[in-house]
Write a protein that binds this ligand. Structure first.
Ligand code: MEV
Length: 310
């Protein structure tokens, strides 16, 4: 039996914009997916024991199938000849927005690396995870698999020429509390990313104006994080959320979550990841504020994740 793990992730700045080679800011989170490989009886058998929002497995089944095929191809595995059983488990609540598909890819790649005694390093695992993400969701930036493999708090910029992406570590004096809240809605990243591309192509000038504003937000966010000015980081997250509204990736449910977070004192709140469902992130420095905001959501019946960045 061999095992591998992959972290979940949270994007603080730049989802969707990173697809167009703009920089983003993201962090691994403590929730993980764990993949276990065993010899199977016949073909490929998947046992999915991951905690997940209702409907996640059905909505993601085709995407997952493509991801596994890409991983089998990379490792030259043909389950018809060598039956394989993969069990997915761990404490990462699967929903869109939290890097669940990247965590699947990273954990499965690590498990095959162990099974086949390949001694791949994290860079190479990350390449396999990217290939699986590409097969699953079309044109990924690579930010999700990078967070899933390496964890940590980073800036990320996809390389336009196809070479290594630019990844830099951000350091903070102490981790800062956040609350992540699931809308319970699962989205296919491929569909939402394709819609953003359509919007871009329908009005390049308007899209450029939005991305210009985003660059300013990003640059100010890096400065604010480096100087520990989390009030400013919160304001910039709000601003980033407005830009995401403009590119059509928010929805009523996310707007409600953002409002509840702000009404309860969050310093900033925005959708995170794919959008149109998935997760919202609220910046809630200090255990007391984190508890207050998380409780407000739980009182409304939402599932929350109390975690931190940095
Ligand atoms: C999804 O978590 C983040 C997106 O920016 C897609 C990507 O970066 O590949 C929407």
């Amino acid at each position: 039996m061999s095992k591998g793990e992959g972290f979940g992730k949270v994007i603080l700045f730049g989802e969707h914009f990173v697809v167009y080679y703009l920089p983003g800011i993201a962090s691994g989170i403590s929730g993980q997916t764990i993949a276990t490989l065993e010899d199977g009886q016949k073909g490929f058998e998947l046992v999915d024991n991951r905690p997940q929002v209702p409907g996640y497995g059905e909505k993601k089944s085709e995407e997952m199938k493509r991801q596994f095929e890409a991983i089998f191809n990379y490792f030259k595995i043909n389950p018809e000849e060598t039956p394989i059983k993969i069990t997915l488990a761990g404490d990462l609540l699967c929903s869109s927005g939290v890097g669940a598909s990247a965590a699947l890819a990273a954990s499965t790649a690590r498990a095959f690396n162990e099974k086949l005694n390949l001694n791949l390093n994290d860079e190479e695992i990350n390449k396999v995870a990217y290939l699986a993400e590409e097969a699953g969701s079309g044109t990924p930036s690579g930010i999700d698999n990078t967070c899933s493999v390496f964890g940590g708090f980073i800036t990320f910029e996809k390389n336009k020429e196809g070479g290594p992406n630019k990844i830099e570590k951000l350091s903070v004096s102490k981790p800062v509390e956040i609350v992540m809240v699931s809308t319970g809605i699962t989205q296919e990243t491929k569909v939402v990313v394709a819609d953003v591309l359509k919007l871009k192509e329908s009005d390049e000038e308007q899209f450029k104006a939005i991305t210009d504003e985003y660059i300013e937000v990003y640059n100010s966010a890096v400065k604010a994080i480096n100087s520990g000015d989390w009030k400013r980081v919160g304001e910039l997250m709000d601003k980033n959320h407005e830009l995401l509204q403009k590119i059509g990736v928010s929805c009523d449910e996310l707007e409600h979550l953002v409002k509840v977070a702000k009404d309860n004192g969050a310093w900033g709140a925005k959708l995170t990841g794919t959008g149109r469902g998935g997760y919202m992130i609220a910046l809630t420095p200090g255990k007391e504020l984190q508890e207050k905001v998380a409780k407000a959501f739980e009182d409304e019946g939402f599932t929350t994740l109390r975690t931190s960045v940095g």
